[in-house]
Design a protein around this ligand. Structure first.
Ligand code: HEM
Length: 411
């Protein structure tokens, strides 16, 4: 739809959700390039778009609108639906699904455990885990980097952050991946089964830290238990929910980002070798990869009052997605947005981790994990390349959920 046209629906007065028909179709799992082409079209000619998919939702596609919405958490609420498609059982866990002020103590408790000194201190342990988890693919001469190495290593990042027992890592990797797939399939029974397993882990963790609290700067469960907003502890079941969320938030994006980066580096062997020879380039390269291959398109908000943008009104009730992946390819902000380029002057403006109150709490840990994973892969191989077709992620993600590689180990 032309943005200057009169809106087709939602006069905004009553605020009732009104079916507006579909300007785009985000269902299916097309190649990431097709998803990006869809958003390019929306940015150009339909910056506030509606789809009937997933029960009806809106999407913003331009950088400025997405950033402004993420930064305005009084208008764009997270407590109704924070993701499209949402949890098929409608469960809400903090901090992602809470608005301020309820959100604040959970977020403060997690932030306390993600300070730079602590995160940096995890690097040696993570490097050892990465080397061990890459071994099977090196021995086999290849494998699916998103589903094998890329899925198993993030479980160790979570285990180290939450101070879980090492035998939890493989269970978590398996359970989280089944849970994510069931969510994408909107299969409530399977979501429930795997979610319950993770709830059990979260409950055991809370019970353990109640018995033996650890230093709050180093232990998320102890930090949540120590919070005293208004002089009272947080509700136990909500602490369990926050830890249950913490078990999976770091498991979804890294495999997709790694799959997408390896796909790119398979097609640009010169860059692959340059990064292998110059690891000091990795932090900036990773940041540019995060911009180019931002894994999320389905984080959502619900407006607290009707909001009109570009001649269309988003009514109260239907969620609106903030596709950070689209924002980061907006050519009015990033020159040649579909090209990987080192030395972008405004790279720090990218929205891969969101913005505002819900900006990724695990950002430093996510960066460290990706850097260690990629560095290990480059260090331990002489070369790698794609061995087959990649599989594209479905909503709420975008990128490579499967990326089969051939690896040549370093002699
Ligand atoms: C490449 C990896 C990652 C990416 C791209 C990513 C991205 C994001 C984004 C875009 C949000 C904002 C959601 C919104 O706007 O509604 C978010 C939230 C969050 N992320 Fe991450 N994330 C990553 C890894 C991690 C890791 C490793 C952790 C573990 C500590 C983590 C913990 C969280 C938490 C707790 C939230 C909710 C924050 C809140 O609602 O206050 N993330 N993430």
């Amino acid at each position: 739809m032309n943005p200057d046209q009169a809106p087709r629906t939602g006069d905004g007065a009553g605020g009732d959700p009104v079916s507006a028909g579909s300007d785009f179709d985000p269902t299916g799992n097309p190649h990431p390039d097709e998803v990006h082409a869809m958003y390019a079209r929306l940015r150009r000619s339909c910056p506030v778009a509606h789809s009937d998919a997933y029960g009806g939702h809106w999407t913003l596609s331009r950088y400025t609108d997405i950033r402004a919405a993420a930064e305005d958490s009084a208008t764009f609420l997270s407590s109704v639906r924070a993701v499209v498609p949402s949890d098929p059982r409608g469960l809400r866990r903090p901090p992602l699904n809470f608005d301020a002020p309820a959100h604040t103590p959970y977020r403060r408790a997690l932030d306390r455990t993600l300070q730079r000194r602590r995160v940096e201190g995890l690097e040696p342990a993570l490097a050892a885990h990465a080397r061990r988890e890459l071994e099977p693919m090196l021995r086999a001469g290849g494998g699916d980097v998103a589903q094998e190495y890329g899925a198993r290593f993030p479980a160790w990042v979570t285990v180290e952050w939450l101070n879980l027992s090492p035998d939890v890592a493989p269970v978590l990797a398996r359970t989280a991946s089944r849970w994510v797939n069931a969510w994408r399939d909107q299969d409530p029974a399977e979501v429930n089964r795997n979610s319950e397993r993770m709830y059990d882990l979260a409950r055991e963790l809370v019970a353990d830290r109640e018995r033996e609290p650890r230093p709050v700067e180093r232990d998320p469960a102890s930090s949540l238990l120590a919070e005293r907003p208004d002089g009272r502890p947080l509700e136990r079941e909500q602490i369990v929910g926050a830890l249950r969320q913490s078990l999976v938030v770091g498991m979804v994006a890294p495999p997709i980002v790694l799959g997408s980066i390896c796909t790119h580096l398979s097609e640009d062997r010169a860059l692959q070798q340059r990064l292998r020879d110059h690891p000091e380039l990795l932090p900036e390269a990773l940041e540019e990869f995060l911009r180019l291959y931002t894994p999320y398109r389905g984080f959502a908000r619900t407006v607290s009052h009707p909001v009109t943008r570009h001649g269309r009104t988003i009514p109260v009730g239907e969620p609106v997605t903030l596709p950070y992946a689209s924002a980061n390819r907006d050519g009015t902000v990033f020159d040649e947005p579909d090209t990987f380029r080192l030395g972008r002057p405004n790279l720090r403006e990218h929205l891969a981790f969101g913005r505002g109150r819900h900006r990724c709490a695990g950002m430093p840990l996510a960066r460290l994990g990706l850097r260690v994973a990629l560095r290990t892969l480059l260090d331990d191989t002489a070369d790698f390349g794609l061995a087959g077709e990649i599989e594209g992620a479905r909503m709420p993600e975008v990128g490579a959920v499967s990326a089969p590689l051939t690896l040549r180990p370093r002699p």
